[in-house]
Design a protein around this ligand. Structure first.
Ligand code: FES
Length: 202
């Protein structure tokens, strides 16, 4: 049986199951605004190891993700399925962002909010830059692939959607269990902030 280590937590999956379904079933912190239709990108994640146990990158992912992001192992969890019995290690964008924001609000010992703010800004700017780099071809490309079924899900799948949302939110906010540390995602974009010069004393 395949194992998915998502945001540092191990969970069981089934061959053929999508990463997003493993995450939702286990209350892992992943976004799924469009319910897996491949429209919102909220389910984006980075594969840290075990990529060979996943389905190949598909056309939805090629439309949304730049070449650099694909090379770094970024995938859409709703378009990526388990295809082997090995272990796959994944970090979700939602959890990565949450931890970066938390580090600004509650900086680790020896740090301060300003120091923690710089990597957060780099991360957000890089995400925006990557998304803008493909605009508008990404939107056109994805719209051309959407089927009526992808948009009608609220009429047939709303209660599962609500249950899964509750499970994820409860697990993220409510457990109080310290979460395992994650290495920060490497940044391609580096913003250097120079300290202002102190005025000379009169
Ligand atoms: S859940 Fe919306 S793109 Fe994957």
């Amino acid at each position: 049986m395949p194992t998915v280590v998502m945001n540092g937590v191990a969970m069981e999956g089934k061959v053929g199951e999508r990463l997003i379904d493993v995450a939702r079933r286990n209350g892992a912190h992943v976004g799924f605004i469009c319910n897996g239709a491949g429209i919102c990108q909220a389910c984006q994640c980075q594969v840290l190891s075990g990529a060979e146990n996943l389905s190949p990158v598909n056309t939805f992912e090629e439309a949304w993700l730049t070449e650099d992001r694909l090379k770094e192992g970024h995938r859409l969890a709703c378009k990526t399925a388990l295809r082997g019995a090995g272990t796959v290690e994944v970090r979700t964008k939602a959890e990565d962002l949450r931890r970066r924001v938390l580090a600004v609000i509650r900086p680790p010992a020896g740090s301060n909010p300003v120091v923690q703010l710089v990597p957060l800004i780099q991360y957000v700017v890089q995400m925006g830059t990557d998304e803008m780099a493909l605009f508008p071809s990404n939107i056109i490309n994805v719209i051309s692939r959407i089927k009526p079924d992808d948009l009608s899900w609220p009429f047939r799948d709303l209660s599962r959607y609500m249950d899964d949302t509750k499970r994820v939110v409860t697990s993220v906010l409510g457990s109080g269990t310290p979460r395992p540390a994650l290495a920060p995602a490497p940044a391609r974009l580096v913003i250097e902030i120079e300290a202002p010069e102190k005025p000379a004393k009169p």
